[in-house]
Design a protein around this ligand. Structure first.
Ligand code: TYM
Length: 332
């Protein structure tokens, strides 16, 4: 049986990029791989590698849990839990820090990007973050990790750490593979389409949040940066804006990018954007409806408790095995 794992940081409301690059893939895999064991979590420990406000963090954690369900994760098929409630993540993260080299961590592009943005000093956990991410994955012997493009480097490091540990202590970890979507593994900013869409962007017009007011979201599409030649064609290098909108459109509908190029061959950007804005509305409305139904329900807590118990069972078994392999404590 294949096992899948993935997580999202509760560092703000989920963006359309997170939805297309990650959550939509979880839902697809849950429906296609009926035999798979799927774990999805809220990566709250990752969120505190940069400063967070307590009340906001709590709110974001709960909202992310509800959004996972609202986007179609089925708790009868997926184990949903909060990372910090399964302490073995921290235990294995330390072992991974003892496996990784500083040079490898310093080479991570996300570390380099985030480091320069820290005004109150760079927390050491921002550097060791990939060791925690490796622990999240290796703790569960996951075979497959559905992620967006920006996490590729962290997954490569996870694979290297698993191989290094296995070579030192004998076969312990499964070396996981990434799973990436064809069109949407890097959704770009709507205001600067050479940059990734990110919830930490200072300009709210650059991203769509799943909980954005529908008209606000539609207007963000309508004001998205394109170019002046007016031709609806995918050309990432020369026409990054329209290419990004084509990727979003194709990711949210049954059309391929090629289909869309044909459909809008004799059209213009205004018509194309209006149609895409309608697609955004059709995507967000049911998610927001379901979100409002579940956000304050007892059911959500029950789902998270079940998920925690399941994850804990697997994680505690694995951490004992790892400690024994290394020779920590007494043999159990
Ligand atoms: P995070 O919270 O930054 O993003 C969550 C997921 O969304 C994907 N993503 C995108 N996909 C397409 N276009 C975008 N613009 C875009 N922005 C984000 C990310 O690639 C990711 O899949 N370190 C991780 C969370 C994590 C994790 C893990 C993931 C912690 N432990 C273990 C998988 C397995 C992160 O910060 O993702």
């Amino acid at each position: 049986m294949k096992r899948l794992i993935s997580g999202i940081q509760p560092s703000g409301v989920v963006t359309l990029g997170n939805y297309i690059g990650a959550i939509k893939q979880f839902v697809k895999l849950q429906n296609e791989l009926s035999e798979a064991d799927i774990l999805v979590f809220i990566a709250d420990l990752h969120a505190i590698t940069v400063p967070q406000v307590k009340e906001k963090l709590r709110k974001n954690i709960k909202e992310l849990a509800a959004l996972y369900i609202a986007c179609g994760l089925d708790p009868s098929k997926v184990h949903l839990f909060i990372q910090s409630e399964v302490h073995e993540h921290n235990q294995l993260a330390y072992i991974m820090e003892c496996t990784a080299h500083i040079g490898e961590l310093e080479r991570m592009t996300q570390y380099k990007d985030k480091k320069v943005k820290q005004v109150l000093g760079v927390k050491s956990s921002l550097l060791t973050y990939p060791a925690l991410m490796a622990a999240d994955i290796l703790l569960y012997d996951a075979d497959l990790v559905p992620i967006g493009d920006d996490q590729k480097q962290h997954l490569e490091l996870t694979r290297d750490l698993a191989i290094r540990f296995n070579n030192t202590y004998g076969d312990t970890f499964i070396v996981p593979d990434g799973y990436f979507t064809k069109n949407g593994s890097r959704i770009m900013s709507l205001t600067n389409p050479t940059k990734k869409m990110s919830k930490s962007d200072e300009n709210p017009k650059s991203y769509i949040l799943l909980l954005d007011d529908i008209n606000t979201a539609k207007n963000k599409i309508k004001s998205a940066v394109t170019d002046s030649d007016g031709i609806i064609k995918y050309d990432k290098k020369n026409k990054p804006g329209i290419s990004n909108l084509l990727s979003i459109y194709a990711s949210l509908t049954a059309y391929s990018v090629k289909d869309l190029e044909i459909k809008y061959k004799d059209s213009n950007y205004a018509t194309f954007k209006k149609d895409l804005a309608d697609v955004i509305e059709e995507t967000l409305l049911p998610i927001q409806r379901k979100f409002n139904e579940i956000i304050n329900s007892k059911e959500l807590d029950e789902i998270l408790d079940d998920g925690k118990n399941y994850a804990k069972k697997l994680a505690s078994r694995k951490i004992s095995k790892v400690y024994n392999k290394i020779g920590l404590g007494r043999k159990i």
